[in-house]
Unconditional design. Sequence first.
Length: 276
Amino acid sequence: MGKIYFQGTFGAYSHLAALSVDPKAEVVPCKTFDECFSKALKDSNSKIIIPESNRITGNIGIEYLIFKYRLNIYSEYFQKIEHNLLALPGTKISDIENVYSHSQALSQCSRFIKSNNLTEHVRADTAGSAEMVSKSKDKKKSAIASSLSAETYGLEIIKKNIENEKGNLTRFLIMGKNIYQPEFGNKNYITSFLFKLKSKPAALYQSLGGFAINGVNLTKLQSYPEKNSFDSYFFLCDLDGHIEDSKVQRSLESLELHCMDFHVLGVFEADKIREK
């Protein structure tokens, strides 16, 4: 049984996602995202599950670690995000004055917070907020977190699904040190890669021409500044297709002509939620 590392504490949405991906795995919490990546680099039998982006609030901000460690992406998983107001058992909503959670969770539940005149307190993560409320024994305090957090820390769900918009999803990447990719078949695939362009005028425009010519769809193109520089950028990309598909190969070969650095991060089956 392998290990899956996640950032946060037990009860976090990353913990919930890890259990969904592999219920039999040993799930191990880490204090930081960097610690997750570092442990996976040292242990080839382990994996990490990392939130990459959210449907409502956008990118999580872990791109620099993808560039730094260059772990292989094995798969993607979309976790449904359902925020709940948690408090000590027996607490009424009228008792609550303060709400604690991660900044994104607070933002995603802003209407509920405002309508109930709650004072926001930003903390490092959702599950850690639930743990703090549990230990405080203070009915004036509450946390916004998952149902798993309520179960883990003995809290009561005072109000379910308090997020502003329903259908919120977070995209997670499952990554590890070993290189693996599925065989090319009759399925929907994603190829993920990063690159750094040569310094010349219109470099990005010229580098992407091969994708248009070969009819390859780019679903993600994100820039990130190289360390200690605002003049040099890496790009993180996802495309629809398998790297062994001839049109994908031609597109990437064309791109590489314009690159100082190019690295394939992974080839994996697209999550079925993309078909909906």
